[in-house]
Design a protein around this ligand. Structure first.
Ligand SMILES: [Zn+2]
Length: 349
């Protein structure tokens, strides 16, 4: 069975005013990974620099002429897929165009554009643009599996704006497929498979069952996708979408992709309400019929893309390995919920 453990610790000191204070820190254990993370409530009251307002668009937000992802130059400045994999060279699905990544991270590394919009502020994209882009990624991954049936370790990721790792501001997703598992593929497959062997249950479905009963971190659903905040976050404002008992791309319907897009846009609108403009998204697939790992998407806010912003990973995270965030996942779920249920949003600050 999964356990949702947390412990309170307190840091006591004498404040400059002479007053004795006690600061509360919570250490939570991730029920999936066993990794600890911390919530340093003391920093919650501190306003992060650069989050007073949504930062202005970057200086190159109108420079479409020099962008390799804008039309018409996208067709001459981006590479083509090997004809053995896909004869057309680039995959198109409505306005989405997909082509190989010029700077690959794996054997099959591609980029999928949403459309010809060069700069899109967080939370303002259309659901259809995300649906088209996701379906284009799915189609590419299917072509890869037909070409190389052993490249089963797959992922779709997004780095929105350079503060989240994006090298071009023109919105896009990255797609990766390999015969070699990444760390998270390797760990999660082992964990989900063992969990199924021992309990007869799917890992993320069981996690979700607990979270729906508990209700303090449950946000809502879009179709079959169920949305929650992470119990033991490893990133700021971490939101998960889980597609229960679905373990393969081939089991996902077109409407699952639309409902995924709806949830992602809801999360983006929530992040925008917090004046955050950078985030990462990721979903992993293991296209091996023996895998019990269900489909999950993770969204994490990153440092704003604005001048003089503090990085969100400090010596504490990098050297001790415990992520420290500042707000409780329960409060985040309460505030995110309004974007799933069309309720009026009141800024917590
Ligand atoms: Zn562009």
């Amino acid at each position: 069975m999964l356990s949702f453990d947390k412990k309170d610790i307190f840091a006591k000191f004498t404040a400059p005013s002479g007053e004795e204070v006690e600061k509360h820190i919570e250490v939570r254990v991730n029920p999936i990974s066993g990794r600890t993370s911390r919530i340093a409530f003391g920093r919650g009251a501190e306003k992060e620099p650069g989050t007073e307002n949504l930062p202005l668009p970057p200086p190159n937000s109108t420079d479409t002429a020099n962008c390799p992802f804008c039309k018409p130059q996208v067709m001459s400045r981006t590479p083509k897929i090997f004809s053995d994999i896909f004869p057309g060279g680039r995959l198109c699905y409505n306005n989405s165009i997909l082509f190989p990544n010029l700077f690959p991270y794996g054997a099959y590394s591609a980029v999928s554009l949403f459309d010809n919009k060069h700069f899109v502020e967080i939370g303002t994209a259309s659901v259809s643009s995300y649906t088209d882009c996701f379906i284009n990624c799915r189609n590419y991954l299917r072509h890869i599996l037909e070409y190389d049936s052993e490249a089963v370790f797959m992922a779709i990721t997004q780095n929105h704006l350079p503060s989240a790792g994006g090298s071009l501001i023109h919105p896009h997703l990255q797609i990766n497929a390999d015969r070699i598992a990444a760390n998270h593929h390797r760990f999660l497959k082992k964990r989900a498979d063992r969990y199924f062997r021992e309990t007869g249950q799917y890992l993320f479905s069981d996690y979700l069952r607990h979270e729906k009963e508990d209700d303090s971190r449950y946000i809502g659903n879009t179709g079959s996708w169920e949305w929650i905040t992470a119990f033991a976050p490893e990133g700021f404002f971490e939101i998960w979408g889980i597609l229960p008992e679905i373990t393969s791309l081939y089991q996902m319907t077109d409407s699952d992709w639309t409902h995924l897009a709806e949830g992602v846009i809801n999360a983006q609108k929530f992040y925008r309400s917090l004046c955050r403009n950078g985030y990462n998204l990721g979903m992993l697939f293991i296209e091996d019929q023996k895998s019990y790992l269900e489909i999950r998407v993770v969204l994490i806010v990153r440092s704003n893309y604005a001048p003089w912003v503090r990085n969100d990973h400090t010596g504490f995270e990098l050297m001790l390995g415990d992520m420290a965030t500042f707000a409780s996942p329960e409060d985040i779920a309460k505030n995110a919920k309004v974007f799933w249920h069309n309720l009026p949003y009141k800024n917590p600050a």
